[in-house]
Every structure is written in structure tokens, then in C-alpha cells.
Design a protein around this ligand. Structure first.
Ligand SMILES: NC(=O)C1=CN([C@@H]2O[C@H](COP(=O)(O)OP(=O)(O)OC[C@H]3O[C@@H](n4cnc5c(N)ncnc54)[C@H](O)[C@@H]3O)[C@@H](O)[C@H]2O)C=CC1
Ligand SMILES: O=C(O)[C@@H]1CCC=N1
Length: 249
């Protein structure tokens, strides 16, 4: 996820240094170091925590001394609370964010939640930073950010899985893999673009506008969600993701 954001951040004026022991590739103009020791005496206005939440306890405390006076920590980690991260880093100002993967093409949706000691200047900076990667929603509690995580952070995973299953079903109708992928992504993309038009009708009305009485869509929709099974499944999906975020706090 860090690389996806980085791809959108590089056009800005900031000097960016990435620490990654795995030596991931970084875009031109970004410094890469494999070991924090190489930057031990340097100070940064913003430290981005982009490791797995389960690794934060072991990794981030070492960076407390790398924060410049007035700087802040921007976390993208799911669940791991800003309060806990601030304490871990010597009462540093922390802003928690929750981006999603389409940030890689500037189409992300990012939640932002100011944490302990964060000033309005820190929040403004984080909002500008995340807006470079797509749209943002600022929330006033960590619990809400964990719910943004369930809806949007994990959301591309649900969408890719739905598209995959949809394409698999198209193949069962006799289309080859490329045909199925093209038709399914074209249909999803077209429908979403139409629903995203400023003057678009409600999602319910749009659905109804496809559904002729006694026709094919009505037959398909009855199988898809006639018993409310899809609605229940999606409700359970978001709840399970939220519950996991709570466990990671
Ligand atoms: N994958 C996604 O769609 C999203 C992920 N996130 C959050 O982003 C964070 C990273 O997740 P992913 O990108 O999926 O995982 P990832 O495994 O792809 O990336 C983690 C990176 O951390 C690096 N790393 C490991 N140990 C390190 C250390 N000691 N110092 C510096 N870097 C180290 C790894 O080499 C790797 O490049 C997690 O906290 C996750 O909750 C948030 C929103 C969406
Ligand atoms: O699966 C995860 O935990 C991360 C956070 C949101 C999306 N990927």
C-alpha cells in the first residue's frame, strides 16, 4: 500500500526517504535505505508508518528520535490505534489514515482521523497528502476509521472477488477467460461510471431502470438477492472486517 501512495506522492515538493529492509523498488527521486541505522541522525517532518499492524510494536519505537520538532506520524495501518502509536513513539502527534489500493492510480478513497497531539496543521497536511491519491473522508473517532477500513480500505478486495466470481460465472456460460473478463469489467465499469454521474438517480432507481417486468434482469436479480442473501452476506462481510480491525487495535 505504501508503494501505491508513493506513486502519487512523488510529484510533490517533499524529499522522501523510504526505509525497507526488503529493498523494494522506489520511484526515481526517492531515497531508499535498507536499515534505519543509515538515517539514525536525520529528522523528518512526517514519518509514514506503512508496515503491517502486527509489526508496529517491534519497529516504530526506534523512529521516535527521527521526528523533527513540529512533525507528526501518519499511519496507514489497519486497526492499530493512534493512541497506542503515539505512546509507543514518545507522545508523538499521530494521524491515522485508511487508504485503499486504487490510490495507485489516483482513485483511492482514504479515511483520515486526527489522533493524539495532532494539530489542525497536521490534519490539513495529511488531508492534502491523501487527496493526491484520491478522495478523502475525515472522521472524528478511531472507531469510525475502523468502519471506513471495513467499507473502503478492504473494499477493493471485495470488488475484485465479486468481479472474479462474476467472470467465472460468465465462463460457465461458454465465454473464454478474456471475453468473460472484458464483458464483466466493461459492464461493472460502465454501470459504475453511470451511477457516478452528478445527476445520476439513486442506486435503487438505476437498478429498476434495467429491470423490465417479467424480463431477464428480474429473473437474475431474484436469484441474486431475492431472499436477501446477498444483503446479509455483505453486511456480514463489513462486520467481519470491522471486528478484525478492533482486534488489531
Ligand atoms: N494492502 C492494502 O490494500 C492496504 C493496506 N493498508 C495497511 O498498509 C500496511 C502495509 O500493508 P501491505 O502494503 O498490504 O503489506 P506489504 O507486506 O505489501 O508491505 C509492507 C512493507 O513493509 C516492509 N517492511 C517489513 N519490515 C519492515 C521494517 N522493519 N522496516 C521498514 N519496512 C518494513 C516490507 O518489506 C513491505 O514492503 C498495513 O499496515 C495495512 O494495514 C492500508 C490500507 C489498504
Ligand atoms: O487487509 C488488510 O488488513 C489491509 C487493510 C485494509 C486493506 N488491506
Amino acid at each position: 500500500m505504501g508503494s501505491a501512495l508513493l506513486s502519487q506522492w512523488i510529484d510533490g515538493p517533499e524529499a522522501i526517504t523510504v526505509v525497507d529492509p526488503a529493498g523494494s523498488e522506489v520511484p526515481e527521486g526517492v531515497s531508499l535505505v535498507a536499515d534505519r541505522a543509515e538515517i539514525a541522525d536525520r529528522r523528518f517532518d512526517c514519518i509514514v508508518a506503512a508496515v503491517k499492524p502486527q509489526l508496529i510494536d517491534d519497529i516504530l519505537a526506534d523512529y521516535a528520535g527521527n521526528l523533527a520538532p513540529g512533525g507528526y506520524v501518519l499511519s496507514i495501518a489497519a486497526g492499530y490505534s493512534a493512541v497506542r502509536l503515539s505512546k509507543l513513539m514518545g507522545d508523538a502527534p499521530v494521524i491515522r489514515t485508511m487508504p485503499n489500493l486504487p490510490a495507485a492510480i489516483g482513485r483511492g478513497v482514504s479515511g483520515i482521523c486526527p489522533g493524539p497531539h495532532a494539530t489542525s496543521a497536521h490534519t490539513g497536511h495529511a488531508e492534502n497528502f491523501m487527496r493526491r491519491a484520491g478522495s478523502t473522508i475525515t472522521v472524528d473517532s478511531e472507531d469510525k476509521l475502523d468502519r471506513v477500513t471495513a467499507v473502503a480500505g478492504s473494499g477493493p478486495g471485495y470488488v475484485f472477488e465479486i468481479a472474479r466470481a462474476y467472470a467465472e460465472a460468465a465462463m460457465a456460460q461458454g465465454f473464454d477467460e478474456d471475453e468473460a473478463r472484458d464483458m464483466v469489467l466493461g459492464t461493472i465499469g460502465g454501470a459504475i461510471a453511470m451511477a457516478s454521474e452528478p445527476s445520476a438517480a439513486s442506486l435503487e432507481d438505476l437498478r429498476n431502470s434495467v429491470t423490465s417486468k417479467g424480463g431477464t434482469t428480474a429473473a437474475g436479480l431474484a436469484a441474486l438477492n431475492g431472499d436477501g442473501g446477498l444483503s446479509t452476506r455483505l453486511h456480514d462481510t463489513l462486520q467481519a472486517a470491522y471486528d478484525r480491525a478492533v482486534e488489531l487495535r
